[in-house]
Design a protein around this ligand. Sequence first.
Ligand SMILES: [Zn+2]
Ligand SMILES: [Zn+2]
Length: 301
Amino acid sequence: MFDNAKSWPFSEAAALQKEHGPFPEDALVRFETGFGPSGLPHIGTFSEVARTTWVMNAFKAQTGKNAELIAFSDDMDGLRKVPLNIPNPELVAPHLGKPLSSIPDPFGCCESYSAHMNNKLCAFLDAFGFTYRFQSSTAAYRGGDFDEGLRKIAQKHDAIRDLITATLREENRETWSPFMPVCPNCGRVYTTRVVRCDGEAATVDYACDGTFGAVTGCGHTGTMPVTGGHVKVGWKVDWALRWYSYGIHYEMYGKDLIESARLSARICTLLGKKPPAGLFYEMFLDENGEKISKSVGKGLT
Ligand SMILES: [Zn+2]
Ligand SMILES: [Zn+2]
């Protein structure tokens, strides 16, 4: 079994033990991969899950500990553009900027756009015999999995703001908040902004007055709790929130995301937990040497 002990999944597993171990006897060590359900699973999805599974299997062989792989679907993310490879694009276009789980299924068979893509993801992973636990982001937000972490982010709002805005262009700094409210009037998440965050009450005042492509906010304003799925967190903070809430020990990421992973790790530490161990890998390139993108429609299925 240890003939391959020098191959990279074994050295990754050893690094995980060094960083997070020793693990208690009954520990459940958590590995995670993320999936963006704006499009169908593709070869990049396969390679990310396969590589993480190899490290998990190496870890189990080395330690005899229990481990699980969470396949996390970002279905609270908004739809930025209509993909080229879906039927009935005219059904989807009016919903741009809404969470993927609040958009109708263009294929007409599932309860939402992301439910269709999530079903395809699970069928895809099942076909290869992967062992994983599927987790929908929308279900996590609405079910309260993230509530404690969301309250912590509200309390540390300004510190997180300072950390991220230092990396942004001047013109994007003013309006940046870790929270992205889902407008209760028009349902969009990409046209809203946080006007004020009350860390003690864990609420935000919001305004739906932004523009996103050709879409303009509905003008609605109000106050909402940051918990329970009323808001989602933005890019970089979402990784930290997942790591914090689920106690993730290991996650891989593409080489183009090293900087994001570093910032996410700092936010996770600010929230009070040790960020996962991880490895970056070269992005999977297509025949033109371009990163395979879900939105341009190169799905395998
Ligand atoms: Zn469907
Ligand atoms: Zn609105």
